[in-house]
Ligand binder design. Structure first.
Ligand SMILES: [Mg+2]
Length: 341
């Protein structure tokens, strides 16, 4: 029986190397014990290494019990409403103007998406750069009408709190669903975002850059966010996401999962207090066959056309993560390999 996961980042695997000797010989079904031991072992770091290890352990458990991970986690839904999450704005004929974002949002609405998230440009000469962000927010709402949820994620590109406030007021006017990580505090200051929440009406989504379960909860308690962000790669795997989702549930808040992927589909399928699956990143000129379709030896996809007519994506129903990895394709593209034994 093998637990498998295709994901994570370079920094994750540097930390996996730190944990490898500890893991050899451990009972792979004691995920909670392993999670807490590794949380301590990686306490001086961002704990990214926990993610791939924990996700692979859940995949193994699912295969052993012959059940999808979402069923082991509890099971709440089998399909997930998705938002089209765009690439950042560009300057060369793609998402290069407020009108281009507005047109793409209309196309996504026609495809069936119930929601659309803008990643703007960032950088550039102020105040023109901020005026373009404001124009994009307003043009997109005007184009899609009231029947689509819209979100904005500047990904911490705005220079100042004032910029965050200016664009936040546009989000209020356009009745945005959430406003995410607006400016260059890095999405970290609970104090500043509590102030921002006093000045605008649009709910904030912070937490993508907050590392550590306890610090996420501290950010909630300090009034620094409305929605709670969670990511299995960043926040300690499936175990970490579920702890955070349940912590948010205890505060009566919703937990919104960052970025697509099989592990995230299983988590969201087992969480009540969540709204949308992030499908992306998508762009009007990028076709339907992105990386995900090649890594998996199945029809699993996180491309623009992966949704059904209602704008939902399915939750894989096979054992474990339910998405066989195309190891032939991986081997053909291998640039290095490490075996711990
Ligand atoms: Mg984000």
């Amino acid at each position: 029986m093998t637990g498998e996961y295709a994901g994570g980042m370079g920094i994750s695997y540097a930390q996996v190397a730190m944990c490898a000797q500890y893991l050899l010989g451990k009972n792979p079904l004691e995920r909670e014990k392993i999670w807490n031991d590794l949380k301590r072992a990686l306490r001086k770091h961002d704990r990214f290494g926990l993610g791939p290890i924990d996700i692979a352990l859940w995949d193994l458990a699912g295969k052993l019990y012959d059940a999808p991970v979402s069923e082991l986690l509890g099971g709440y839904r089998r399909t997930l409403p998705a938002y089209a999450s765009t690439t950042h704005g560009d300057e060369n004929g793609g998402l290069d103007s407020p009108e281009a974002f507005a047109e793409f949002a209309v196309r996504c609405k026609e495809l069936g998406y119930p929601a659309f998230k803008i990643h703007g440009w960032g950088g550039g000469e102020r105040p023109a750069s901020i005026r373009r962000e404001v124009a994009t927010v307003l043009a997109t709402r005007a184009a899609v009408g009231p029947e689509m949820d819209l979100m904005l994620d500047p990904a911490c590109e705005y220079e100042t709190f004032a910029d965050a406030l200016t664009v936040g007021r546009a989000c209020d006017e356009a009745r945005f669903f959430w406003y995410e990580d607006p400016y260059k505090d890095g999405g970290l200051s609970a104090f500043a975002h509590k102030k921002l929440r006093e000045l605008i009406k649009t709910p904030l989504l912070l937490g993508e850059h907050v590392r550590g379960f306890e610090l996420h909860v501290d950010q909630i308690v300090a009034g620094g966010t409305d929605y709670v962000r969670a990511d299995a790669d960043y926040d300690g795997g499936i175990t970490g996401v579920m702890k955070l989702a349940h912590a948010a549930e205890g505060f009566g808040l919703d937990c919104e999962i960052h970025a697509p992927g099989p592990a995230h589909r299983h988590c969201m399928a087992a969480i009540r207090n969540t709204n949308y699956y992030e499908l992306g990143l998508v762009h009007p000129k990028v076709g339907g066959n992105r990386e995900g379709k090649r890594v998996y030896a199945s029809d699993y996809s996180d491309a623009l056309d992966a949704i059904d007519a209602r704008g939902h994506v399915p939750v894989p129903q096979g054992p474990g993560l339910g998405v066989p990895i195309a190891w032939d394709w991986v081997a053909a593209h291998e640039v290095g390999k490490v075996v711990y034994e």
